[in-house]
Ligand binder design. Structure first.
Ligand code: SF4
Length: 901
């Protein structure tokens, strides 16, 4: 491959968001001080070939944050690194001495780099002597890991991204890739456009944006996926499409798995009923499965986040083994990781039930091998605590010091009330983060300022086993340091100098590579021994490569299992007999609605980075609950009205979004909003701590809830030049904005002009005292609208709107008025009270984030006769940059055509 030469002030790095792992060019125009460096897709990177989705395209907006953590903090006070490291190392040493090694734990993240992971794992498992090293990847793909290991004897993803373009049948299970893995989705969509005969099936309880390219959508009963694959296994025998030769030569356990599949899904009609789908739809899938050798099953959190996630993975893998659809171009079971470096964490052993370098505690000889390699004085000898168990052990006082790195368990773990109790009780909570204010940094005793994406240096591995460099270009701000550096400093202070005295990050990578090859000889799948002597210059020049990369094979490995040899003791893959089961909690009279959770298009995880990009907030500004119109009608819930969702574990307040994308009796809530952005929208509050018994992965996509409309309230919007405290609001949501502060609020009924003014005046007494303050007021007793605006020295500083119903106001235009320094004209004064200026086009809800094109503009263009997505792009530019909005644009065309018919 020829590589594009970059200017000296540019680097090729990797996107820090999803598991697609797109290559990014990061460039500083002239000097660091000349503003935010631009980003573009790396044409040379095999994951994206130059494309970026809307999140990746907006990375430049997230680089300079006002909320960086710039210095170590101890109990809220700035301290030196030396002092913070002394505090942490002496406390860990003390609790280990007094209570044993398991009184300490790391809780890491798929956001950190492989080298960070490696030294954390080495310190805990080899030197402190505990396997309490778990990670937020537990919430993402732990079930996929166990599924692969049960079947292949190793955590090996067999396929690559090209296989997705070359298959003839793609079954996407529990994945809204259009929003969660957009560039991969776009590659699939392009392949399907080129080869319209390629079939795409989406298996998902919701009708998601991914269904846009689906030939068939099976809207299954939540959690029933495994039954489809159980039936496909038995039908494959019935239809005689099994690969007898492959089964005989390369597998074990076929007969037992088949017997159980036949017993649990005896026929098509039983299976369709179990899954809540039409028999004809299942017949179509079965027909395509029978006829299509080049089939990929692509699965993600919808499969993994389940109390039977591992069984679901094995139900899928069983079908591929039975038909020999594995280790071949365009065929295989393909688990897609959510996070940018979930795979890298797995490589080093950064899960509590792994040891190191794809070895487990149960792997014969592995502990001894790793101990000798590390020269480790205190090897852990058994599995540690998985995420949910870990936080329970913290609450029970068994784990007394926890070091949380680049993750937000106060938002992402189920039953956040329990997580809060645990962290309140913990003797020392250390949090490493680049952000000062998150729901989890608020719980920390010690805060370590970490480098962020544009400063970090190391490697990450994407969903197709491709190792890429993440390269820093900007200097670390303040006293921020790399995570690996902080871990090594603590380790050295604890007395482990020689094992953690790395001079440069490439030395860590080289050691990681050497361990992967140590006494391997082809026995273990993960071998990157080719890099075990890597120099700094070679590391800096490293180009993306798929592991294994053993000595003598520098080009890496595109596809696994092509020779039919697996990593079990006898080299044969294992069928696993499974019985499909439904989620643990089912609907009842008290909890009649089934909650599903997931992501929105333009946000990532808990918004610690994407929340800094104002343009990304335009597509979905507020947290919401998607409700079927039929349910909403019965409960008296109107679109955009405030709804209370309650489960046995907590409650949230969200705006209603009426939609037929969810089935009746089901609701959907996004996972992103934290208490930094909304006062009561953390959906994990509702989720029970139910986990898969084998993987420990929580059933985060499932809870039973009830809903009710919140009454006796009034809806408001506030734009302000300064941040506000909104303690009096029943609901507030802060919407990121470039120019000021934008809040959507709900108050209890009874607010008046006077109370709004008093609230506004109370927020900025000092300013008001020294400058000339003027209030503009409007109220309508019939519509019950109240509006007040405060001008200071004739410049707008605060606007507050109140109405019994949610209103459509032009928030962007109103916020822009905050920055106008000249005195407002009479017509502008009127316009800000009305909320909609006469001479500015109303865009509607933003659909295309790149060019800020809204729904009203799109409908207007279609009404003029435009009838294709391409023509919309020619006219409005929407969809012509990253392409993330293309599925939504497509949907506008029939909708508007129908409306005008
Ligand atoms: Fe980043 Fe988007 Fe690529 Fe994912 S698809 S790695 S979020 S640019």
């Amino acid at each position: 491959m020829t590589t594009t030469v970059m200017p000296a002030s540019s680097v090729k790095t990797t996107c820090p968001y999803c598991g697609v792992g797109c290559g990014v060019n990061l460039t500083i125009p002239d000097s660091v001080n000349q503003g935010v460096p631009p980003v573009s897709g790396d044409m040379d990177h095999p994951a994206n070939f130059g494309r970026l989705c809307v999140k990746g395209s907006s990375l430049a907006q997230t680089i300079k944050s006002d909320d960086r953590l710039l210095a170590p903090m101890l109990n809220g006070q700035v301290v030196s690194w030396e002092s913070a490291i002394e505090t942490v190392s002496s406390k860990i040493s003390q609790v280990v001495k007094d209570h044993g090694p398991d009184a300490f734990a790391f809780y890491l993240s798929g956001q950190i780099l492989t080298e960070d992971y490696y030294v954390a794992n080495k310190l805990a498992k080899g030197f402190i002597g505990t396997a309490n090293v778990d990670t937020n990847s537990r919430l993402c793909m732990a079930s996929a890991v166990v599924g692969y290991k049960r079947a292949f004897g190793s955590d090996t993803v067999p396929c690559n991204y090209e296989d997705l373009e070359r298959c003839d049948l793609l079954i996407m299970v529990g994945s809204n890739a259009a929003w969660t893995h957009p560039i991969l989705y776009q590659r699939i969509a392009a392949a399907k456009k080129q080869r319209p005969d390629m079939k795409v099936v989406v298996i998902d309880p919701r009708e998601t944006a991914t269904c846009d390219i689906a030939d068939l959508h099976l809207a299954i009963k939540p959690g029933s996926d495994a039954a489809i694959f159980s039936f496909l296994l038995s039908d494959s025998v019935q239809a005689d499409i099994v690969d007898h030769d492959f089964i005989v030569k390369h597998t074990n356990g076929f007969e037992t798995a088949l017997v159980q599949a036949r017993a649990s899904t005896p026929n098509l009609s039983y299976t369709a009923d179990f899954c809540g789908i039409g028999e004809q739809d299942l017949v179509r899938l079965v027909g395509w499965w029978r006829d299509t050798a080049k089939t990929i099953t692509f699965y993600s959190q919808g499969v993994n986040q389940s109390s039977s996630g591992v069984d679901k993975c094995n139900a899928i893998i069983n079908c591929h083994l039975a038909t020999g659809r594995i280790g071949k171009e365009g065929a295989g079971p393909f688990s897609i990781t959510g996070q940018p470096n979930a795979m890298g964490g797995r490589e080093v052993g950064g899960l509590a039930n792994q040891l190191a370098a794809h070895m487990d505690f149960a792997t014969p000889g592995a502990q001894d091998l790793v101990q000798r390699f590390w020269q480790a004085p205190n090897m852990a000898t058994e599995n540690g605590l998985k995420a949910v168990d870990l936080f329970q052990a913290i609450e029970e006082g068994k784990v007394k010091v926890v070091w949380i790195m680049s993750t937000n368990p106060m938002v992402s773990l189920p039953d956040t009330a329990q997580v809060r109790r645990a962290l309140e009780k913990c003797e020392l909570v250390i949090v490493s983060d680049c952000k000062a204010h998150t729901d989890t940094t608020a719980m920390a005793d010690v805060l370590f300022p970490a480098t962020g994406w544009s400063e970090k240096d190391g490697t990450v591995t994407n969903s197709e086993r491709r190792i890429s460099r993440q390269r820093g270009l900007l200097p670390a701000p303040g006293e921020a340091k790399h995570d690996w550096w902080a871990i090594c400093e603590v380790a050295k202070k604890m007395g482990f100098q020689s094992a953690f005295s790395y001079q440069s990050i490439h030395e860590i990578f080289a050691e990681h590579a050497a361990l992967s090859a140590f006494e391997n000889n082809g026995k273990r799948d993960f071998d990157i021994g080719h890099f075990s002597q890597i120099t700094k210059a070679e590391y800096d020049a490293l180009t993306p490569v798929q592991w294994p990369v053993p000595k003598g094979r520098p080009e890496g490995t595109q596809r696994m299992f092509e020779n039919g040899r697996f990593f079990t003791p006898d080299g044969r893959a294992r069928f696993v007999a499974i019985t499909p089961s439904l989620p643990k909690h089912q609907a009842s009279l008290e909890w009649p609605f089934t909650l599903n959770t997931g992501r929105v298009r333009d946000q990532w995880h808990t918004m610690t980075r994407t929340g800094d990009a104002a343009s990304l907030a335009k597509h979905t500004a507020q947290p919401y609950v998607e409700i079927h119109p039929q349910d909403a009608r019965q409960l008296g819930i109107k679109d955009k009205a405030l709804v209370r969702l309650t489960s046995l574990y907590g409650e949230v307040l969200l705006k209603a979004k009426l939609s037929r994308a969810v089935a009746p009796s089901q609701v959907f809530v996004p996972i992103h909003w934290t208490q930094q952005f909304a006062n009561a929208a953390v959906v994990s509050n509702l989720i029970p701590q139910v986990v898969d018994p084998l993987s420990g992965q929580p059933e985060s996509k499932h809870a039973q809830v009830r809903l009710e409309a919140v009454e006796n309230i009034c809806y408001g919007m506030i734009v302000s030049a300064t941040p506000l405290s909104l303690a009096d609001c029943l609901y507030w949501c802060r919407i990121p904005s470039e120019q000021g502060f934008h809040y959507e609020v709900v108050w209890p009924k009874g607010q008046t002009q006077a109370s709004l003014k008093a609230m506004g005046a109370g927020q900025s007494k000092v300013t008001a005292a020294v400058k000339k303050t003027e209030w503009l007021e409007y109220s309508n007793p019939i519509t019950q609208q109240i509006r007040v605006a405060r001008l200071v020295d004739q410049t707008l500083t605060l606007l507050m709107y109140l109405h019994p119903q949610p209103e459509s106001l032009m928030a962007d235009w109103l916020i822009s008025q905050l920055t106008i320094n000249t005195a407002l004209s009479v017509s502008d004064r009127l316009a800000i009270l009305v909320g909609i200026p006469a001479n500015v086009e109303e865009k509607g809800e933003i659909v295309c984030s790149c060019y800020q094109v809204g729904s009203k503009q799109i409908k207007k263009a279609i009404a003029t006769g435009i009838c294709s997505v391409e023509a919309l792009g020619d006219t409005l530019k929407c969809g012509t940059n990253c392409g993330s909005c293309l599925p939504e644009l497509k949907r506008f065309i029939p909708v508007v055509a129908e409306l005008s018919a």
